[in-house]
Design a protein around this ligand. Structure first.
Ligand code: F0G
Length: 464
């Protein structure tokens, strides 16, 4: 069935709307006032002042009728709820990981895992750690070393698996610090900060062999595991005929466990989990789970959300869903390309990333070109993207210097099962208009108030 979907050029949308949420475009003068009041920060805008919200694909998907039905059956028992067991069994069947601890969202899972595995000055090599992940590792006293392949650092280099780990760099990092000082190796699938780029199974196997050969654990940040599996099926020789669940299983067979934000591929508004094969570690992880999240059979999730999560895990590995999902991102990328908007290629799973430095070549790199593009897109059409670049990456925790990332990107993240072609056509028109009009001649941005912590959420900007 799904093979036929791809052979014909017709796009098959495997769902229809039954409940809708009204949205509205506020007029230009209001948009200008809104963005000014927000200090040119996308996170300070009220959602009702946004027309197309591409801030994130996290927790913003539409739930299915089966998820809603499951929620009605949610068991809210404090300990040992039926919904927890359904979730744990679904996850075990999918991944083979035996021990599952729910958490309130991905960063809760990160806090739990890192508070046990990371000690002062321990190192976590990986492929472009997500910002909360990096912050939790540093909070626990550790340090991240980015070992993404060099192709992943360029917006124009074509490579099927730009999220791959550079094996030589990984080997050198493990040797430099010594295996005892490596807390674990983290593979983020797909790699969000690098543009939603996938990691190949060949690379996952090789990382696993290398790390395990030196006695080092390997964990996934599995927020977008199903999108990664789809790219493997599509691009990696030998996997064309495998089903998505088979590929998912082979991916997880290579690792010792994972953290997961279930707000992404598990298509629920809230939730996450830590999973492991190590029974001793599982016992140790119960302590921070109970302290920070909740009893270890709910971890801050309600029973109804655990039901929806279990159902979401079953829906996200369906191939017709993934064919539509990935082709939607790709279609947005293609249309942006056609009107001359510079994007990261190939297009990743959950989002299209516009290259801020190429969009505004006259804006110096330290004047936040990608943040500027977010602001201009809001002004032009109440589209809300988010910056994934110099603002987000922040400062070096050791010397306080601004880090200059390889890419300064404006991310258009696609909520799952929410927007259709007309919405995306509108977004392309907005980006094209910014490119063609005075929006493209704006000066860069500087901080008005730079606030510490994860600064991109809270700082404000002004035009230079
Ligand atoms: N890991 C990755 C790869 C992520 O993309 C995120 C969140 C997290 C971990 C943390 O999960 O939000 O449930 O606590 N990414 C969101 C985004 C916020 O917009 O990309 P969380």
């Amino acid at each position: 069935m799904s093979g036929n979907h791809r052979e014909s050029n017709r796009q098959i949308v495997p769902f229809k709307a039954k409940v809708i949420e009204p949205i509205r475009l506020i007029p230009l003068d209001e948009r200008l006032a809104v963005i000014e009041r927000a200090g040119l920060n996308m996170f300070n805008i009220r959602a009702e002042d946004v027309y197309i919200d591409l801030l994130t694909d996290s927790g913003t998907g539409s739930i299915s009728n089966a998820q809603l039905a499951g929620m009605m059956m949610g068991d809210e028992s404090y300990a040992g709820s039926r919904s927890f067991h359904r979730l744990a069994e679904t996850f075990q069947n999918l991944t083979g990981l035996p021990y599952v601890l729910p958490s309130h969202q991905g960063r809760g899972a990160e806090k739990v895992l890192n508070s046990v595995l990371v000690k002062k000055n321990r190192v976590v090599p990986g492929n472009s750690h997500f910002d909360t992940t990096k912050a939790h590792i540093e909070f626990a006293g550790g340090r991240c070393v980015d070992c993404t392949i060099k192709e992943g650092k360029s917006s124009q280099t074509m490579h099927p698996f730009k999220g791959n780990v550079d094996l030589e760099k990984l080997r050198a990092t493990i040797d430099e610090f010594g295996p005892k000082n490596i807390a674990y190796v983290l593979i983020t699938v797909t790699c969000n900060s690098g543009g939603g780029q996938p990691v190949s199974l060949e690379n996952i196997h090789a990382v696993s062999e290398l790390a395990h050969g030196k006695g080092v654990r390997v964990y996934f940040d599995a927020a977008r595991f199903a999108e990664n599996a789809y790219f493997i099926k599509e691009r990696e020789a030998g996997y064309e005929k495998k089903t998505i669940p088979q590929i998912v299983r082979e991916m997880f067979d290579c690792v010792d466990g994972c953290t997961m934000s279930s707000k992404k591929d598990a298509i629920v508004p809230m939730g996450g989990l830590v999973a492991t094969r190590d029974q001793g570690l599982y016992e140790a992880l119960k302590v921070p789970t109970i302290l920070f999240e909740g009893f270890f059979t709910y971890g801050g999730m309600s029973g109804l959300m655990m039901e929806a999560l279990a159902q979401g895990l079953e829906e996200v590995v369906q191939e017709d869903y993934l064919v539509h999902r990935i082709s939607q991102s790709r279609m947005l990328g293609k249309w942006l390309n056609e009107v001359g908007v510079p994007i990261v290629e190939p297009v990743g799973g959950h989002a299209v990333f516009i290259d801020g430095r190429r969009f505004f070549p006259h804006v110096p790199e330290d004047q936040f070109p990608a943040q500027l593009l977010c602001v201009e897109m809001y002004k032009e059409g109440a589209v809300r993207p988010v910056e994934v670049g110099s603002n987000l990456i922040g400062r070096d925790p050791d010397n306080g210097d601004n880090i200059r990332p390889a890419l300064d990107l404006c991310r258009l993240a696609l909520p799952r099962r929410v927007y259709g072609k007309e919405h995306l056509e509108y977004v392309v028109d907005v980006a094209d208009t910014v490119r063609k009009t005075e929006g493209s001649r704006r000066s860069g941005l500087m901080f008005d108030k730079e606030l510490p912590g994860i600064r991109h959420f809270v700082s404000t900007f002004k035009y230079v």
